[in-house]
Design a protein around this ligand. Structure first.
Ligand code: PEP
Ligand code: MN
Length: 336
């Protein structure tokens, strides 16, 4: 339910009402909606609580019901597109967020070398995996904790924001305070315990769409994080499973306009996992920006064929820097 407060309600009055609702056992949040303050009650409403009981509360002008199940991820309560600011670098809004780096952090020297190169090409976000979700247990599993420190240092040395995946709560504890943006991979999109645990932090999260998740399931996964108290969620479309086997996945660029319409959360595209094919990364990155994505996440390596993981989709540092100006040009063209 959304309680729209009267126009002249002050912030202390709204806060008092919010605290009253929380003490009554409701999970409620407050938001400025145009010239009004609104309070969303997202859970804790027992079926006997009638709308009329809420409309009698002080300063409540009207009571609306949610029509979507993703109450906090949707646009009914929060309509303004979310802009997340991580140490001055923005995700959402006017800027394009470019996350680049190797699939796996392979050594301290490797991540520093790639960080310098992608930063010089214009990327502000350094992405690399320390904990790797691999299809085969015999494949490289990542450097683990050591990798977390390497990417943290490489990012900060180059004035970049670090992005890295955690697959469980133990890894989350290692990453917290070291990694700026936590990635939840496609395989864990519906790992509800992990979503709830990340929801209890305020660290921004890049949530990747599961291979077989619908848009609504994707937004409900985001809802778990928001509902637990963390508003800083970035959606990432990374391709879905279809009958097409030529590409690793089928990149669903259509996710951009749909999720922009349904949600206020920023959305980025991962053309690397979305296609699995190096030569498709630049064209699909351009398509992503043309479709209105807030950014991209790409796998880059100075020696792509020798990458420890996902070598076929890694692009070289040179290809990355060649591609970058076209993204800004496309963005400028669609902003006109
Ligand atoms: C990754 O980003 O390196 C990764 C494993 O992605 P996904 O979870 O989308 O497969
Ligand atoms: Mn990868």
């Amino acid at each position: 339910m959304i309680l729209m407060l009267k126009k002249n309600t002050t912030h202390p009055e709204a806060e008092q009402l919010l605290q009253r609702l929380i003490s009554m056992g409701f999970n409620a949040v407050k938001e400025q909606k145009g010239d009004r303050i609104a309070i969303a009650i997202v859970s804790g409403i027992d079926t006997n609580t009638k709308e009329s009981e809420f409309s009698r509360l002080p300063n409540v002008e009207s009571v609306e019901t949610f029509s979507e199940t993703f109450k906090l991820a949707g646009r009914e309560f929060r309509d303004q597109p979310l802009v997340i600011d991580v140490r001055g670098k923005k995700i959402g809004g006017d800027a394009i967020c470019v996350m680049a780096g190797p699939c796996s952090i392979e050594s301290e020297a490797q991540i520093h070398r790639i960080a310098e190169s992608v930063k010089a090409a214009g990327a502000d976000f350094l992405r690399g995996g320390a904990f790797k979700p691999r299809t085969s247990p015999y494949d490289f599993q990542g450097l683990g904790e050591e990798g977390v420190y390497y990417i943290r240092d490489a990012a900060h040395k180059n004035d970049m924001v670090s992005v890295s995946e955690v697959m469980d709560i133990e890894q989350l504890e290692i990453a917290l305070g070291n990694i700026d943006i936590l990635q939840i991979g496609a395989r864990n999109m519906q790992n509800y315990s992990l979503l709830k645990a990340i929801g209890k932090t305020r660290t921004p999260v890049m949530l990747k769409r599961g291979f077989a998740a619908t848009y609504r399931e994707f937004l409900m996964a985001a809802e778990y994080i928001l509902n637990a108290g963390n508003p800083n969620v970035i959606l990432c479309e990374r391709g879905i499973r279809t009958y097409e086997s030529y590409t690793r996945n089928t990149l669903d660029i259509g996710a951009v306009p749909v999720l922009k319409e349904l949600s206020h959360l920023p959305i980025i595209i991962d053309p690397s996992h979305g296609t699995g094919i190096r030569n498709m990364v630049a064209p699909m990155s351009r398509a992503a920006i043309a479709a209105g994505a807030d950014g991209i996440m790409v796998e880059v390596h100075y020696d792509p064929d020798r990458s420890y993981s996902d070598a076929q989709q890694a692009i070289s540092c040179e290809s990355f820097s060649e591609m970058m100006p076209s993204l800004f040009a496309i963005r400028a063209a669609i902003m006109k």
